[in-house]
Design a protein around this ligand. Structure first.
Ligand code: HEC
Length: 247
């Protein structure tokens, strides 16, 4: 079967090239930023920089064995609560943070050891205030169904748009086997569905965290190939062939 005629990136009119190049540069930068943001939010979920399986499990499944308070008191906040006080706080969180013990038992500890920082640093949970403390002492169930539903549909609609235009531009690329080209264009959409499905599966069972990684990696790779080969064919290749022809 003869391949249908389709314009080639190299021969596009300059204004169209300008439009496509501008779009790809901005979207490429956006994808990098998104990667950075993932590292800083999900990536820090286990307290260490860099995205790991633990981060994904914490973000979606939660840390159902304990509370954020306990995790912090065993981690970065360990030095601020002297031995006895630390155990009292941990026991209180494990007992389900009974409000009756707040005034007499818990508040004196946080007043003494914690509020120097926590009452004054914006963005930190103020562990000297009961309502804030109850939140960090509650068992961490990860992302809520509400959040997941909201983020899922924004992600599906928004990212499909990005991949649509990256794929449309790349469909004008030359030198690719049509099957390879079709696969590259289709891949990000497939992985996007895998990625979102993996969030929900990880919410239900921590064993699916690896699938989130695979999904994100899959569409990043496919769109990187498409963005770079499109930019190359529009902006660099025409000059190289001209040079080769004139020498
Ligand atoms: C010297 C300042 C300082 C003191 C004292 C301190 N904290 Fe913190 N705390 C921080 C900072 C900074 C963070 C954010 C970085 C992190 O999570 O390690 C934090 C984070 C936390 C978090 C996580 C809050 C969140 O919103 O994610 C909890 C829970 C916590 N601290 C509990 C305590 C408790 C309980 C005490 C007292 C026993 C205490 N901290 C004493 C500085 C302090």
């Amino acid at each position: 079967m003869k391949e249908m005629m389709w314009a080639s990136l190299e021969d596009l009119a300059l204004p169209v090239k300008a439009l496509f190049t501008g779009y790809l540069l901005v979207v490429g930068l956006g994808l990098l930023m998104a990667g950075g943001q993932i590292l800083l939010t999900h990536g820090m979920a286990d307290g260490k920089l860099g995205l790991s399986m633990d981060d994904l499990v914490y973000s979606y499944y939660g840390n159902r064995g304990g509370s954020k308070l306990e995790a912090k008191l065993n981690g970065s906040m360990k030095d601020y609560a002297p031995g006895e006080a630390r155990l009292v706080l941990i026991k209180w969180a494990r007992a389900g943070a009974p409000e009756g013990e707040w005034e007499a038992k818990i508040k004196p500890i946080t007043d003494r050891n914690c509020i120097v920082c926590h009452a004054n640093m914006p963005g930190l949970a103020n562990v000297g205030v009961k309502d804030d403390m109850l939140k960090v002492a509650a068992t961490d169930n990860g992302a809520t169904i509400n959040t997941l539903t909201r983020v899922s549909h924004i992600h599906l609609f928004g990212i499909a748009f990005i991949f649509f235009f990256i794929g449309l531009i790349f469909s004008f690329a030359t030198g690719f086997n049509p099957i390879v080209k079709a696969l590259l264009i289709f891949t990000p959409f497939m992985f996007l569905i895998i990625d979102i499905a993996a969030w929900w599966l990880t919410k239900m069972h921590p064993g699916f965290a690896w699938l989130v990684m695979v999904g994100g990696f899959g569409y990043s790779l496919a769109s990187t190939v498409m963005i770079f080969s499109s930019l190359y064919q529009m902006c660099i290749k025409p000059f190289r062939t001209k040079k080769a022809g004139s020498s």
